[in-house]
Design a protein around this ligand. Sequence first.
Ligand code: NAD
Length: 356
Amino acid sequence: MREFVHETRPMRVVLRPGAATTATPDEVQRLGLRRVLVVSGPRGADTARSVAHALGDACAGVHAEARMHVPVEVAERAVEVARSLGADGCVAVGGGSAIGLGKLLALRAGLPLIAVPSTYSGSEMTPVWGLTENGAKRTGRDPSVLPRSVVYDPELTLSLPVGLSVTSGVNAVAHAAEALYAPDVSPLVALTAEEGVRAVTRALPELAASPRDVEARGGALYGAWLCGAVLGATTMGLHHKLCHVLGGTFGLPHADTHTVVLPYALAHNAPAAPEAMAALGRALDTDDAPGALWDLAGRLGAPRSLAELGIEEADLAQAAREATRQTYPNPRPVTTEGVLDVLKAAHRGLRPHTTY
Ligand code: NAD
């Protein structure tokens, strides 16, 4: 018998082509909101404006100033704008950066949040917020930042370049992979994670071949939903810690870093996580999940080495020290030497094996 604790948090999820403009107004109305602020990043401003247009009088304004990792001045400015417009809710349109800003509005201005994701990062499914101040990123968990409603629109992702689609998809796979060996995994989470990996990794080659295929885009968003849900339900391990350090301290791009590090972090943890590896193996149809993920990234033209992302080998020791400063759950004990071996292997970018 497997003992577990499972908690389900209330949230509505809608997935259908066109939903950004056809379903978001209904979601705003269901929540009784009358003046929502639509937030996005600068590149998502046109999409945000079309959502705002669909909202009509229920939209108080568009604020297209979200930036990666939510710098504190960006969050403060958004709170000011929301207050000056008398906003009573927020619709965040975009990737993890736009949704991250929406979460800060939920946290600091108490605004109920509706997320309309345009990448596969999964932030919309978690109660985790992040804020960057003086070059350091803090994160926290607060149920108030969990979106009340998530609107997945495959058409919104048609413009996501193939490169970003692939790395963002692998970012989603990383959530599910670490959920499978998390200390708080439940049977429902494990099933969801396995199906999430299956859906995303099936969709990625299809959308890389036909980026405007709404079916493939829908499959990727479906998988991203599942992977985000298990991220929100569990505690992540070494892989996420490494990516947090490499992104936060060394400025490496979020989704690319996940894509490069995942095969090596999994190869390191594999000997201590046989059930998780079996589940990943079923999802990927392989008996070598880390190797299969490395192969997939290569086939789809994604980066496969930290060297490609611009970090110097000389910086890896500092990254290893930072990634081991605090304790966190991981199937294999986390040591500075072990982590440095993983980072060195990821820096070289050769096919992973399980002896790091
Ligand atoms: P992002 O939101 O920064 O987007 C990456 C780039 O893609 C941006 O330039 C954006 O304008 C562009 N883009 C997004 N959607 C597009 C589309 N459909 N078409 C064309 N261009 C598009 O990147 P991301 O990977 O989605 O999110 C990363 C951020 O989210 C990081 O700050 C990360 O820490 C955070 N995150 C948080 C959680 C959480 O649970 N709190 C989970 C995952 C990621």
